[in-house]
Design a protein around this ligand. Structure first.
Ligand SMILES: [Zn+2]
Length: 372
């Protein structure tokens, strides 16, 4: 069981926020003194001014802390004046997502039943966990070189293999699996599937499935269509036939396109990778592998953790399920407990702000299994 206690909600994260209420600014005693003074006067103007001061005092107890001491209603929403003491808002912020560490080694390596049919990334992982993938191998020189780099950094990757190459270099396929990486199906001859009839598509995938299984003893459970091109009906047909989800990507350095360069791979990955990303690279290109030491080190330095695509899917599904269960079990929101709301309470002059509705449980993540 994964323990996400303390995991932090990112902007798109469904976990509820918990915050310590901001301290209420103490009532300025001078306001009360001046109000009392004006109330002793007979003048209607003075009485009005005293009432204004009292109203301001009340407002100061309920106004947003960021607005600072309020002295002039109803224009009290004006920002605090320069030179006034800054109101410190103390909040017990949960740890930022990048500080959450997942024990990626323990993530399952079989697909959960809730897995979607198509993924180009995952959306609800609770930490900076990503999957890097390498297509079109194995390559007799570049893949072993890459495996050394991954091993040195204890990084697990996913290899979308060409069946023909897997059959040619089975020892490399065996090494990929022995070192903890995932092997996946990328067809036998790398055709564009949208140009092929159903029987040919199935043949491309079946021969590759068999070659990978024969080489390493592990059957692939994912595939990626060459060029990312497959029709929706093909994706459904392949899922029904092999159980494979279609794995696309959200980060693409176009490392196959000239001019190939280390900088292009490094900079694109560092700039575009997000929590839950699936990164596309090709280990048949020397420059891509050359780029890996600095790219992997810099991604790690930014707090990214690596796992296989199947593990990333498991993390995504598991997190969504736990968040939905937590929301479903949460008690109804209380109208008198706005402290955990975002810091935008209603003005004191509108005390009948509607209580926030109870958050509905998040829908299951697999309603539309074809969308991503
Ligand atoms: Zn490819």
């Amino acid at each position: 069981m994964l323990n996400f206690a303390g995991a932090t909600p990112g902007p798109s994260h469904p976990f509820p926020h918990t915050e310590i209420p901001a301290p209420v600014e103490p009532t300025p005693p001078w306001q009360l003194l001046w109000a009392a003074y004006f109330m002793t006067m007979e003048s209607p103007f003075a009485l009005t001014f005293a009432a204004v001061l009292l109203a301001a005092t009340a407002l100061a107890q309920t106004a947003p802390p960021a607005a600072g001491p309020v002295v002039e209603p109803p224009s009290a929403a004006a920002p605090a004046k320069d030179g006034e003491p800054e109101v410190k808002v103390m909040r017990a912020l949960p740890a930022e997502p990048e500080t959450v560490i997942i024990d990626v080694e323990k993530l399952p390596r079989t697909l959960p039943p809730e897995a979607k049919i198509v993924y180009s990334q995952t959306h609800v992982v609770p930490a900076k966990v990503i999957a890097i993938t390498f297509d079109d191998g194995p390559h007799p020189q570049n893949t072993p070189r890459l495996l050394d780099m991954l091993k040195e950094r204890n990084i697990k990757a996913t290899f979308f293999l060409i069946g023909k190459s897997a059959a040619t270099w089975p020892d490399i396929v065996k090494r990929i699996v022995a070192e903890g990486h995932e092997v996946a199906n990328h067809t036998w001859t790398h055709p564009q599937l949208t140009h092929l009839k159903e029987a040919k598509v199935l043949d491309e995938l079946q021969t590759t499935h068999d070659a990978i299984t024969k080489a390493c003893g592990v059957a692939p459970i994912l595939y990626r269509p060459p060029y990312g091109a497959a029709t929706l009906s093909q994706k459904k047909m392949i899922h029904e036939h092999f159980g494979y989800p279609t794995i696309l990507w959200d980060v693409d350095p176009e490392d196959w396109r000239a001019p190939k360069s280390i900088a292009k791979v490094h900079n694109t990955l560092l700039k575009e990778t997000r929590s839950g990303s699936i990164i596309l690279c090709h280990d048949i290109h020397k420059e891509t592998v050359d780029a890996m030491p600095s790219t992997l080190d810099d991604l790690k330095a930014k707090g990214f953790q690596f796992c296989t695509v199947t593990q990333l899917i498991n993390l995504d599904v598991q997190t969504a399920k736990e968040a939905a269960a937590a929301l479903a079990a949460a008690p109804p929101a209380q109208a008198t407990a706005p402290a955990s709301s975002p810091p935008a309470p209603a003005p004191a002059t509108s005390p009948v702000a509607p209580a926030p509705a109870q958050a509905a449980p998040a829908p299951p993540p697999t309603v539309d299994k074809t969308k991503d």
